[in-house]
Write a protein that binds this ligand. Sequence first.
Ligand SMILES: Nc1ncnc2c1ncn2[C@@H]1O[C@H](COP(=O)(O)OP(=O)(O)OP(=O)(O)O)[C@@H](O)[C@H]1O
Length: 238
Amino acid sequence: MTTIRIEGLHKSYGGFEAVHDVSFTAEPGKVVGLLGPNGAGKSTTLHVLLGLARAGAGTATFDDRRYAELEHPAQVVGALLDAGGLHPGRTGRDHLRVHAAASRLPGRRVDEVLAAVGMTPAADRRVRTYSLGMKQRLGIATALLGRPQVLVLDEPANGLDPAGMRWLRELLRSFADDGGTVLLASHVLGEVAQVADDLVVIGQGRVVAAGALDELVTTDRSLEDVYLDLTAATEGVR
Ligand SMILES: Nc1ncnc2c1ncn2[C@@H]1O[C@H](COP(=O)(O)OP(=O)(O)OP(=O)(O)O)[C@@H](O)[C@H]1O
């Protein structure tokens, strides 16, 4: 079981501060929704957490270890950032084989994760023939390869059909119920409302609210009401 801890995180690009003093925790057994308008700093936070960008100050860790300090990162964290990052000429199966080999995972995991995301029938087709939703499923399969304790997902519902959305929701719920930690950045409020335990709302690089979903959202205030109130002052890209 692994806790994600973001503490006092700052990240600037040139003179522009994309993330300002962001702190929050994602605990095992929880799905944590990371919400915020376009350009709020969600992806930047995830990039720092995953070692793809360097923090100006503060830390982003998995049980107090930075990504770069993880001995077997694929077994700690599975990530889905951008479904566009797939090699178009490779088949889905080959894409997974390459990742499995790079992380020294047994080849049989490839068939297991293909089945887990419902992509077995399309496994031997080239990625360029996949729909957006199929690419998302392949990305989720890649994230699951190492049987990680944590999933970090940026807009995973993008392109999924209603059945796919439900499948994803059930996957995330059962992952968390088994003791996993899920950090889910999304714009699809309805999706987040149905699956998240906790919410972190970011506006213009700062945390504007954090807490349990059922404390922030009540019967007479939907997640959309809460979200739009919280982010009204930070509306519009910077
Ligand atoms: N590599 C970069 N160079 C310069 N500026 C960047 C870079 N990456 C992000 N930014 C800026 O940092 C800010 C935060 O961007 P980020 O991608 O983290 O937002 P986001 O909350 O994920 O937005 P979205 O919902 O639109 O994906 C934006 O103003 C963006 O233009």
